[in-house]
Design a protein around this ligand. Structure first.
Ligand code: DX5
Ligand code: ZN
Length: 221
């Protein structure tokens, strides 16, 4: 079961009680931190100053998801402040390989994300330079949206290619992940699951994490 990771997204948490909210998910593998700039996506969250405080406060390592323009310029800052992983969007990056290498050199896991309509085939050329790939299962920007099952075929193609190449890349899904959708994503090859509302909307977030973990592990093969 150790090859399955559950990363609650604090987008669904109470932003003014962040320390208490982080304590509610102490059993998670990572905390997923959504940075939005109101340009790459039509929503705004927070920047490095807030993420630095989360890093100092969180009982679990940070999985930073950057939904921002010009990640080539802004991403390294998040690696420097100590985030365990930093994921930028392929659609926004000018030089994804150079950027991924830079993030790794600073000491973070390098991640690249694709929106639901972006093909995964271009990623086949950069599998050796990244540690994780995020296949968005909703249009990025907002929590609480419905899972898009039409993204599963490309996740399967990506998982097949990683297996064929023996690439040790974590495959992450983000958006609409709940007890009713996590199985399909695990079946299609995901091993790392972001869940916002399904965790923070639950009466007992720790229990929700455990339930998601068990379901995902059951569908892994
Ligand atoms: C959406 C964010 C997600 C979001 C997921 O753009 O990237 O991480 O928090 O929220 P849920 O799990 O509620 O769909
Ligand atoms: Zn996210």
């Amino acid at each position: 079961m150790s090859d399955v990771r559950i990363n609650p997204s604090i987008l669904a948490a109470d932003f003014v009680n962040m320390q208490a909210e982080l304590a509610r998910i102490a059993d998670a593998d990572y905390v997923h931190v959504d940075v939005m700039d109101n340009h790459f996506v039509p929503n705004l969250t927070f920047g490095p100053q807030m993420v630095e405080r989360i890093q100092a406060t969180s009982p679990v390592p940070l999985d930073v998801h950057l939904m921002i323009d010009d990640p080539d310029r802004w991403s390294p800052r998040y690696a420097e402040l100590g985030a365990a992983s930093v994921t930028f969007h392929l659609e926004a990056a000018n030089e994804p390989v150079a950027l991924a290498r830079r993030l790794r050199a600073i000491g973070a896991r390098a991640g690249v994300a694709v929106k639901p309509m972006t093909p995964v085939e271009p990623l086949f050329d950069i599998l050796d330079d990244v540690d994780q790939i995020l296949v968005m299962t909703v249009e990025p920007g907002f929590g609480g949206q419905s899972f898009m099952p039409e993204t599963m075929p490309k996740l399967r193609r990506l998982a097949d290619e990683c297996r064929r190449r023996g690439a040790a890349v974590w495959l992450q899904v983000d958006g609409g992940i709940s007890e009713s959708t996590i199985g399909q994503a695990a079946d299609a090859g995901a091993d790392t699951f972001v869940a916002g509302s399904a965790v923070f909307g639950a009466d007992d977030p720790q229990r929700a994490i455990q339930a998601l973990r068990e379901l995902a592990a059951m569908h892994r093969h």
